[in-house]
Write a protein that binds this ligand. Structure first.
Ligand SMILES: Cc1ncc(C[n+]2csc(CCOP(=O)(O)OP(=O)(O)O)c2C)c(N)n1
Length: 487
């Protein structure tokens, strides 16, 4: 008879390194809590399936917030309720990785109801482990959407009342009504038999992800003796008496046999166009030898805010800058922000161009502000960094008095561009953004005008008149005398 060696899964760290000098072997979970059992089942499954190296665990906010101290996988901590959105991003950007989205019931069924429903409905190829302990555990036992009728919690001291708080949400049943999910099941970890059933379902769900079958959702009924206010040994009985009658343990949906593998996300049309563009013989980038020595190099993360009225092409100017950056082998991010108003209201976008990968697309401190109207200039000027730069549309912005004290104090360079007039002189006010771009390229020759021409030709390939107008606008902006404009 061979010996069986029982040891901790390799997907767990040896010690849980929380603070220097405070390395622990045990987790932070209370005695009798189900999270620890569930972690063990997951860790063993990912080790046995050979997934450790390629797994990213998305931790929620709640008692399992410290999962990243335990799992020796990739780890991302998501804001409360947002784990499915974060998991979507990780999976889409790394389609060959395995993504486990782990959430409690407060996290998934209250704060993140929208995120989970939409991720399920999109059929993201991720595995969601939903730990339902019928209460908000970490914060001291408030009522969760899954708390049972008559259950006494910190916020329902007389018991949950359907007239006041509605009925406990059965998330598995809701998710099983959607077309996209391939596996939806509820199980529990209150006794050995059910732990073994949970073990099987977790493995099935992870295998489904490995086979690129799509979205799977395993709801696990889990004990919380501390907040149920029972002894750990009595939690099993509490679960049987209170939770099991309401929450059926069942496989609600399993279409794994019929589900075709989820295709890799297709490159977006814009990216395909850029790739085509790079293949053109006349296209030169800063990386090509010869002829490009005049191009300036972006040496560090450069943050732009581009702002104006809706209709001034503010968002497209940002996107266009990103495309120019991409063809020159830089990294870029773009986030649009629309005001609540209709056309004519304010709009802005945050753009970052960088030689390195960009960690966050948020622009708080601005290197270069591009303001198309007075309200935008006033709104954003005080976020421009010391010795930063402001391009402003001086055709319609005449009064700089409000911003001058800050601009002088911070030694900001102000460059007026007669952009609206340049566009109007071409008979099309929409050209204002491209005129601005022309001047930006002149002041900051990160890109070539000819590159912009080629991108414009691609963009408006079915509208030759617009290509011509845009090219002219670009040149009108470019040819404006720079020195005269500097205040
Ligand atoms: C948006 C937001 N709302 C509320 C909180 C506070 N909060 C932290 S943990 C937690 C409870 C989480 O409960 P649950 O998801 O049921 O997980 P459990 O702790 O029971 O495992 C709450 C409400 C927060 N961090 N963020």
């Amino acid at each position: 008879m061979g010996n069986k060696i029982l040891k901790k899964s390799e997907a767990f760290y040896d010690v849980f390194f929380r603070k220097p000098g405070d390395e622990k072997k045990s987790t932070t979970y209370c005695a009798g809590c189900g999270h620890g059992i569930i972690h063990k089942l997951i860790a063993e499954a990912i080790t046995d399936l050979g997934m450790t190296e390629k797994t990213t665990f998305v931790s929620p906010v709640g008692c399992s917030v410290f999962a990243y101290y335990y799992f020796k996988t990739g780890n991302v901590e998501a804001a409360h309720g947002r784990a499915p959105a974060v998991a979507t991003a990780v999976k889409r950007s790394h389609p060959d990785s395995y993504v486990i989205c782990y959430q409690g019931d407060g996290d998934l069924a209250a704060i993140g109801t929208a995120e989970i429903l939409h991720a399920a409905n999109r059929g993201e190829n991720i595995t969601v482990i939903f730990v339902n302990n019928a209460i908000y555990g970490m914060t001291g036992g408030q009522m969760a959407p899954t708390s049972l009728l008559n259950q006494k919690t910190a916020t329902s001291p007389f018991g949950r009342d359907e007239a006041e708080e509605g009925y406990p949400l059965r998330m598995s049943e809701i998710i099983a009504t959607l077309d996209a999910p391939v596996l939806v099941a509820r199980t529990s970890v209150h006794d050995i038999k059910n732990i073994m059933q949970t073990r099987k379902l977790i493995r099935k769900a992870l295998n489904a992800q490995k086979d690129k079958k799509g979205f799977s959702f395993i709801e696990i009924l889990s004990q919380c003796p501390t907040n149920w206010k029972v002894k750990p040994e009595d939690a099993q009985e509490w679960m049987e008496k209170n939770m099991l009658p309401y929450y059926k343990r069942e496989v609600f949906k399993d279409i794994l046999d019929q589900a075709a593998p989820v295709p890799h996300p297709k490159p977006r049309k814009e990216i395909a166009e850029i790739v085509e563009l790079l293949a053109l013989p006349e296209f030169k980038t800063r990386k090509d030898n010869g002829g490009e020595t005049t191009l300036k190099t972006i040496r560090r993360e450069t943050k732009f805010k581009i702002a104006g009225f809706g209709g001034q092409g503010v968002l497209s100017l940002g996107a266009f800058l990103c495309e120019l950056a991409i063809v020159n082998h830089y990294h870029s991010t773009w986030i649009p922000s629309y005001g609540p108003e209709m056309r004519g209201g304010t709009a802005n976008c945050s753009v970052i161009l960088s030689p390195e990968e960009i960690a966050s697309p948020v622009v708080q401190e601005i290197d270069i502000l591009v303001a198309f109207n007075h309200p935008s200039l006033v709104k954003f000027h005080s976020n421009v960094k010391e010795e930063g730069l402001i391009f402003y549309n001086n055709s319609i912005i005449n009064d700089l008095s409000e911003i001058m004290p800050y601009v002088r104090r911070k030694k900001i360079q102000l460059i007026g561009v007669d952009a609206s007039n340049a566009a109007d002189s071409l008979g099309d006010p929409r050209m204002v953004n491209v005129a601005m771009l022309g001047h930006m390229i002149k002041v900051y020759p990160y890109f070539q005008l000819q590159q912009a021409d080629l991108l414009l030709e691609k963009k408006f390939s079915t509208k030759p008149r617009l290509v011509e107008l845009n090219k002219q606008a670009l040149r009108r902006g470019f040819e404006q005398d720079e020195m005269e404009n500097i205040v």
